[in-house]
Design a protein around this ligand. Structure first.
Ligand code: URA
Length: 230
């Protein structure tokens, strides 16, 4: 694809305005100013306008700060869903990459790209997920060590994979796990004799919940964020 065509397709600029932007030196290809509107792109280059990386329209990749009370589903007859919080013109073919319980808040990824969401959620890719966990009781050292080694969940004999534990406050920890079993964090804490009062997902792989997003708000992932989970 030609550079001017790429710019016109990935922004709201007309082909003519795209050519102007290119000749004014506003466009970079792999961080170098490129003034050739007819430059051929192979498809893997990083193209930016005024320093902002551009993606061709097609697959969509979003992060949302999921509020409590919203279910991680595309439809639900009884409760509002994460998709209900998005404008209807962008929800087509969108699905959730890694569900959260209705009362869990924080980072939710949504995409139209099934292969990408499979990589994010597949236990084989080992993608770490970090949660801020508010506990009903302070975490004992013994319990922290058990979580780090792996625990046996109720009705599930296979121990959990080793987890990362960081104590932030007496009853607040950060827990990093690389699996996604049903209610996993709540069941892990129950397995060590504690209880989760509140759960908030902070990070998936290198993608952090944008602190500028208020509950219910969303934004597109940057190309770097999207590629970091590829
Ligand atoms: N673990 C849980 O128990 N609940 C979630 O929503 C996510 C991880």
């Amino acid at each position: 694809m030609r550079l001017d065509q790429f710019i016109a397709t990935s922004t709201e600029l007309s082909r003519k305005d795209a050519k102007r932007a290119i000749s004014r030196g506003e466009v970079t290809v792999n961080e170098q100013i490129c003034k050739g509107a007819n430059t051929r792109l192979a498809g893997h280059e990083r193209v930016a306008l005024f320093g902002k990386l551009l993606n061709l329209p097609g697959e969509r990749y979003l992060m949302m700060n999921k509020p409590a009370g919203v279910v991680s589903a595309t439809t639900d007859s009884d409760h509002p869903t994460a998709l209900d919080l998005l404008p209807s013109d962008i929800t087509r073919n969108l699905h959730i990459a890694g569900r959260l319980d209705a009362d869990t808040t924080g980072l939710l990824l949504l995409t139209t790209d099934g292969k990408w969401s499979h990589r994010v959620t597949s236990p084989r890719t080992d993608c770490p997920k970090t949660y801020r966990v508010t506990l009903s009781e302070p975490l004992t050292d013994a319990a922290a060590q058990q979580l780090e080694r792996g625990v046996e969940l109720h009705n599930d004999p296979k121990p959990t994979r080793p987890a990362g534990v960081k104590v932030l406050e007496e009853r607040i920890i950060e827990l990093t796990i690389s699996e996604g079993r049903y209610h996993q964090v709540k069941r892990m804490l129950a397995a060590v004799g504690n209880h989760v009062d509140a759960l908030h997902r902070l990070r998936i792989g290198k993608v952090e919940l944008d602190t500028a997003l208020r509950p219910g708000e969303y934004r597109e992932l940057t190309p770097e964020e999207k590629d970091s989970l590829a």
